[in-house]
Design a protein around this ligand. Structure first.
Ligand SMILES: Cc1ncc(COP(=O)(O)O)c(C=O)c1O
Length: 383
């Protein structure tokens, strides 16, 4: 596919492209500007042409496609009973925390954090505990595991929302790190809700490992959520996959969601099946394109954006930019909208650890990315 093709999205209902004025380049909300794979578009057209959209079941064979995929990619054995579908991963982890916690209980996650990890617990009277990541000497974001366990004990944490790969730092947690998370959660009786929405967009030799695939004991305390949404640019269709292997945990989850959360729209599941079944080659090409964008960005940050630092992401199409040296007072998102006509995500929405940072979405064409960098460089030069 030609990932360089600049497709107009303002003529659609796109959140990313419609929320800000037409002269602002939107590099914020996490979807890409790429056409989804042809197989996905064709299967949707076929289903639409049938013309009847009554109540549906998941498409025949979708469970097996998921089972085969996780087995092939991660050597993870999952049964048909373990799989369910949910419109979104935010919905999935909300069902988990709401079904497992009572008012006043605590939920922990690494920070900076995907904003709904912070706001979802707080909305229902739960405590959101931020476990801050730090930059190691090697320039890679790290987890302070000692602090993580201490925070779990001190706050009587019930659920750990693991984000792997991590949004916004782009870290892919290693086997060793995942084992440590697993050990601590087992020791402290904490349930793991593993948000693996970014698991397919990987760079260099990084490999994704679902934490539940490590060991049956860890699998017993884990609910995993994956999705074709970010991977194949179908987030607006709303289909995600929950994998819960422990019968009791699955029962808690299913009983809570019944009557509250319906299955995903039938078209979204048609798209999900086509993507998982026929999207491998397209995904390889997309990841190569995104990796080249990431490498361009690495060079551009050094050469054109003095005062901005980053840690090269290992996965995702998200760049976490440290702008503290720029010394800009006030809201950085507003600064870049006003002065560079580029819209980024404001760091503090990812928690206190995000002060002085912005998140840039490089899931766009190289031409648009270069234009955004040039406009940001001009704005910085004028400070
Ligand atoms: C870590 C993470 N989880 C969940 C979501 C959204 O998931 P969904 O649209 O399936 O609710 C995002 C979107 O950016 C994300 O980055």
């Amino acid at each position: 596919m030609n990932f360089d093709e600049c497709i107009d999205r303002r003529c659609t209902e796109s959140l990313k492209w419609k929320l800000y004025p037409a002269d602002v380049l939107p590099l914020w909300v996490a979807d890409t500007d790429f056409l989804s794979p042809e197989a996905v578009r064709n299967e949707l057209k076929k289903r639409i042409d049938h013309g009847i959209f009554g109540y549906g079941l998941p498409p025949e064979g979708l469970d097996q496609v998921v089972i085969d995929r996780v087995n092939r990619l991660y050597d993870w054995d999952v049964g048909q009973m373990d799989i369910s579908y949910v419109p979104g991963i935010v919905t999935g982890f909300n069902i988990m925390i709401r079904s497992l916690c009572k008012k006043g209980d605590a939920v922990i996650f690494q920070s900076p954090a995907y904003p709904p990890f912070i706001s979802s617990p707080e909305t229902v009277g739960l405590k959101a505990v931020h476990n801050p990541m730090f930059l190691g000497e090697d320039g890679i974001y790290q987890v302070d595991f000692e602090l993580f366990e201490q925070q779990i004990i001190e706050n009587d944490v019930k659920v750990f929302i693991l984000c792997n790969p991590q949004n916004p730092t782009g870290r892919v947690f290693t086997l060793k790190e995942l084992e440590k998370f697993g050990e601590i959660c087992l020791r402290q009786g904490v349930t793991i809700c593993s948000d693996e929405i970014h698991c397919d967009i990987l760079f260099d030799d990084h490999k994704h490992i679902p934490i539940a695939s490590l060991d049956p004991e860890i699998s017993k305390i884990t609910a995993t959520f994956i999705a074709p949404s970010k991977t194949y640019n179908i987030a607006g269709l709303h289909a995600s996959v929950g994998i819960i292997q422990d019968e009791a945990l699955r029962k808690t989850y299913c009983e809570f969601r019944q009557y509250l959360v319906s299955n995903p729209c039938l078209l979204s599941l048609v798209a999900a099946k086509a993507a998982y079944e026929h999207g491998d080659e397209w995904l390889k090409e997309q990841n190569a394109y995104l990796q080249a964008n990431r490498d361009y960005l690495d060079q551009a940050i050094h050469e054109k954006l003095p005062g901005i630092r980053w840690s090269k992401p290992e996965a995702t199409f998200l760049a976490w930019l440290d702008c503290r040296e720029l010394g800009i007072e006030g809201n950085l998102q507003e600064f870049f909208i006003e002065n560079a006509k580029v819209c980024l995500n404001d760091g503090p929405t990812f928690g206190k650890a995000g002060e002085g940072f912005v998140r840039l979405n490089f899931g766009t064409t190289r031409a648009r990315l270069e234009q955004a960098i040039d406009q940001m460089a001009e704005a910085i030069a004028k400070i």
